[in-house]
Design a protein around this ligand. Structure first.
Ligand code: SAH
Length: 228
């Protein structure tokens, strides 16, 4: 999968996508991430990328021309892999779910736009953006961290990226439940004991216990996931 990220702050994106599972996926050639600096498409001597909003009010808006020019340049790279979705990270959109992430893993190429300040000129959203994603009902100062969140969620589902030990399929949300509590050695620490069943070696009991814990935990913390 190829992901092109368009941002005014490339450094903010590079580091989170260079370590751990995402870093490994990139190093192994399973995920091809390209980070594009919007500033190189800025206007004039000062490479202007933002301007005051029409109609007044506080904040700055990312301009239409640099975004269009950058998108055009991005599309021209590797034209053999057509872009499946142009995604704008923004709080005024549907909130990202595991189901959306699962669906996106079927795509070959995504372009992700990180906004800044007050957001981006609406004409970009109307004309080229095909999908808008929020990472939650709160407002951040830029779309860089949301873009990294999306890429991380995607990378760990690409076949071959995650090892069995990290198995993505048993994580929360994959089957509509939160994950079970996890423990590792030692079995007893300062009077806190690991549940006996996990030490029993009986895989059937362990499976049942985990399933029960998942349902109980989901009912307690996220009853909405059970439709309650
Ligand atoms: N004026 C906008 C907020 C802009 S926040 C509004 O009220 O809806 C600035 C940038 O941060 C946005 O362009 C977007 O790219 C990013 N951003 C902020 N919060 C986000 C969220 N919850 N999900 C995804 N992107 C977000």
């Amino acid at each position: 999968m190829r992901i092109d990220i368009i941002t005014a702050l490339p450094h903010l994106v590079e580091s989170p996508l260079s370590h751990s599972i995402v870093g490994r996926a990139r190093a192994a050639g399973l995920l091809d991430v390209h980070i594009h600096d919007l500033r190189s498409f800025g206007l004039g001597r000062y490479r202007q990328i933002d301007d005051e909003p029409y109609g007044g009010g506080a904040g700055m808006v990312l301009k239409v021309e640099p975004l269009f020019d950058c998108l055009k340049a991005v599309m021209a790279e590797s034209p053999d892999i057509p872009v499946d979705e142009v995604i704008y990270m923004t709080p005024d959109a549907q909130v990202l779910t595991q189901a959306t992430v699962n669906g996106l893993t079927l795509k070959s190429r995504l372009v992700v736009i990180a906004g800044h300040y007050k957001g981006i000129d609406q004409r970009v959203r109307d004309a080229v953006v095909t999908m808008e994603i929020s990472i939650g009902d709160y407002v951040l100062s830029g779309g860089e961290l949301p873009a990294c969140v999306l890429v991380d969620a995607l990378a760990r589902l690409i076949p071959g990226v995650i090892t069995d030990a990290e198995s993505a399929l048993t994580d929360s949300f994959q089957d509509g439940l939160l994950d079970a509590p996890m423990y590792t050695r030692p079995a007893s620490y300062r009077g806190m004991d690991v549940p006996n069943v996990l030490l029993s070696g009986n895989h059937e009991f362990i499976r049942e216990w985990r399933e029960r814990m998942r349902v109980e935990k989901t009912r307690r913390i996220r009853p909405d996931m059970l439709g309650d």
